[in-house]
Design a protein around this ligand. Structure first.
Ligand code: SF4
Ligand code: SF4
Length: 227
């Protein structure tokens, strides 16, 4: 019969409408902003910089290599490298960004900066409530504003952050093992050099030509002199 489909559809709508008063599962809307649906793990918005520990400067993972700046398609990242260095997560002295800005009015959330970063220093945020009254300065995010803790990263991307922590721990362990091996090899070389310096050196006396050898401290073989 013509119109049966429409009636069936209306029946589903009516059932859900009435049911939503009794069954919370049928409610597909929330009272935003008081209520919020949890965002999925892989939701992303704009990038942010990660720091370890509690100090945003000391713990900042970014080493100002500027790879992300070069690779960003709309060129919305601006970095100035520091003059001095600070230790990175394995204790190696590294540069850091004296300036790190992202113009989020230009950023297209492509995540390329995250993909190319070799230091797990930049990740995608989930914060989407970023509306501002001013189009320019307010949407230019500075280093201080972009820096977020690793705890925050765990809160918004728990699975990804755990995997990243494991990668960094493995890299730190490998660097430590390499350092230990190098130190052991250097100690062995130093010991061998010291032993060689202390060992008595062989002196070839004129008599050695005749088949006898003397070493320092030993009395030389007696020789007779014709008068
Ligand atoms: S997400 Fe894409 S557009 Fe935005 S800063 Fe990163 S590379 Fe640039
Ligand atoms: S965020 Fe990563 S790729 Fe970009 S400058 Fe810092 S360390 Fe380099």
């Amino acid at each position: 019969m013509i119109g049966t489909g429409i009636l069936k559809g209306m029946a589903v709508t009516l059932r859900n409408f009435a049911g939503s008063y009794f069954d919370k599962e049928r409610l597909i809307t929330v009272q935003y902003p008081e209520e919020r649906n949890p965002l999925p793990e892989n939701y992303r918005n704009f990038p942010f910089l990660i720091f370890d520990g509690n100090d945003p400067h000391a713990g900042l993972r970014c080493v100002a290599c500027q790879i992300c700046e070069k690779e960003c398609p709309p060129q919305c990242i601006y970095i100035i490298k520091s003059k001095d260095k600070k230790p990175d997560y394995v204790g190696k002295p590294q540069f850091y960004p004296a300036v790190f800005d992202i113009d989020i009015s230009v950023c297209m959330s492509c995540q390329i900066c995250v993909e190319v970063c070799p230091f797990e220093a930049i990740k995608m945020d989930k914060d989407f409530e970023l509306s501002k009254r001013e189009r320019f300065d307010n949407l230019l995010f500075r280093k201080e504003q972009l820096s977020r803790s690793n705890d925050y990263y765990h809160k918004i991307h728990p699975i990804e952050a755990t995997a990243v922590d494991k990668n960094l721990a493995d890299a730190a362990a490998a660097a430590e093992a390499k350092k230990k091996t190098a130190a052991e090899a250097a100690a062995k070389v130093a010991a061998a050099k010291a032993a060689a310096a202390q060992a008595p050196s062989t002196v070839i006396s004129p008599e050695s030509a005749a088949g006898s050898t003397s070493t320092p401290g030993e009395a030389p073989p007696e020789t007779t002199t014709k008068s």
